[in-house]
Design a protein around this ligand. Structure first.
Ligand code: SF4
Length: 380
């Protein structure tokens, strides 16, 4: 079984758990902890990847699980040079940061350009929507600072995508959301739903018929706006649904294996102390009795492959695999989805082997239904 592991496509590294703002729906614990990952730990991560032969042609380092810009810039200069020195030239390295943008300045922008870091900005739309949940520790608006950060990115000609969290309130404002993201010139907009995950144990969203109707209308309006626009904002959920319908064979997930989040060690997430997990990055840092906090091992103590021989790894892998197979047996969307996100299944349904979630109804099934309907109605 271990020979099928990896290659690692996403290496999620927690530079620090600290975040300078305090979004109401955040799932991450420990956001006041200012501890940073050590150079030694990063070196050990890379050493393990190389020795375990888990590198492929490309690897993306995602600096995440805290606000990545809340640590000094010099910190990344050191870590990036360790990575570029230790990863063999046969593997292409990409760096990614998902930021709240409030700390962006000219120094950061110069560094981002120099290292070609792919930047995602978290902003929920115009001020009225953004400031419902994305607030400072004292409960004040973050919007002006976010826009200031975006202005810095534009000044330095840095392309960026955005992620907006969709709440019940946002569902009533698709036009305002489209206009806002169009006006700030994003390359792509991802719509994450307000998820029940980690320490965020509730969501304003629900599956009742009125909410589902609101959701359908929300996507319908966004799709209509795209069609009316000569240079439309790419909307991840809608454009992914269209690409899957038009380009992916129906038996793809049955014949080609499973998705990144469902495949052991295609994603590895490591915390500031070197503890690591796999599958959904949202599992990192969460407390859990049943799965020993999802910690598969620690890079200072064991290799990734040694950890894969432990009972916890096998239990987690088997439970997640059971969930995929249950999806395959029961869900007509499986050939487009591949079995969903393990963290959503676990936190919403209490089990990795479960199937449908709020997240998959909102982000996978409904966009697919809308695009299918639109494509069918356009057929002769
Ligand atoms: S859409 Fe939901 S229920 Fe269907 S395969 Fe995906 S995760 Fe499973």
């Amino acid at each position: 079984m271990t020979s099928n592991l990896g290659p690692v496509e996403l290496m999620v590294i927690q530079g620090s758990p600290f975040c300078n703002i305090n979004c109401k729906y955040c799932y991450l614990p420990d956001r006041l902890n200012k501890k940073k990952i050590s150079k030694d730990t990063v070196f050990k991560i890379i050493e393990r990847l190389v020795q375990d032969n888990l590198l492929g042609k490309e690897i993306s380092f995602i600096w995440h699980a805290g606000e990545p810009l809340a640590v000094p810039l010099g910190f990344y200069q050191d870590l990036f040079s360790i990575i570029s020195q230790c990863i063999p030239s046969s593997t292409q390295v990409h760096h990614h940061m998902q930021t709240n943008a409030t700390l962006l300045n000219d120094h950061w922008c110069t560094f981002i350009k120099e290292h070609d870091i792919k930047i995602g900005v978290s902003v929920d739309g115009p001020k009225e929507l953004n400031d419902l949940n994305r607030l400072t520790r004292s409960g004040k608006s973050t919007f002006t600072k976010v826009m200031n950060g975006i202005d810095h990115l534009k000044k330095h000609n840095i392309r960026f995508h955005t992620i907006a969290v969709i709440t019940q309130e946002a569902l009533s404002h698709p036009n305002q959301i489209y206009d806002f993201f169009k006006s700030i010139g994003v390359t792509k907009l991802g719509l994450n739903i307000e998820e029940i995950e980690g320490i965020n144990t509730t969501s304003s969203l629900s599956l009742d018929p009125a909410s589902m109707q609101l959701l359908t209308n929300f996507y319908e309006v966004l799709y209509a706006r795209q069609l009316d626009d000569n240079d439309p904002v790419i909307i991840r959920e809608l454009d992914d649904a269209k690409r899957k319908i038009l380009q992916i064979p129906l038996d793809y997930f049955s014949n080609h294996g499973i998705t990144q989040q469902n495949n052991p060690y295609q994603i590895i997430s490591v915390d500031i102390d070197g503890n690591f997990t796999s599958y959904s990055p949202e599992l990192l840092g969460q407390k859990d009795e049943q799965y020993q906090d999802f910690i598969l091992g620690n890079v200072h103590e064991e290799s990734f492959l040694d950890a894969a021989e432990k009972p916890l790894f096998k239990t987690l892998r088997d439970d997640i695999f059971r969930g995929i197979r249950n999806c395959e047996k029961s869900c007509p969307y499986f050939s487009f989805c591949g079995g969903g996100a393990p963290a959503n299944k676990y936190y919403e349904n209490g089990s990795f082997s479960s199937t449908e979630t709020l997240q998959c109804r909102y982000s996978i099934q409904t966009p697919l239904e809308i695009i299918t309907r639109r494509l069918e109605s356009a057929m002769p």
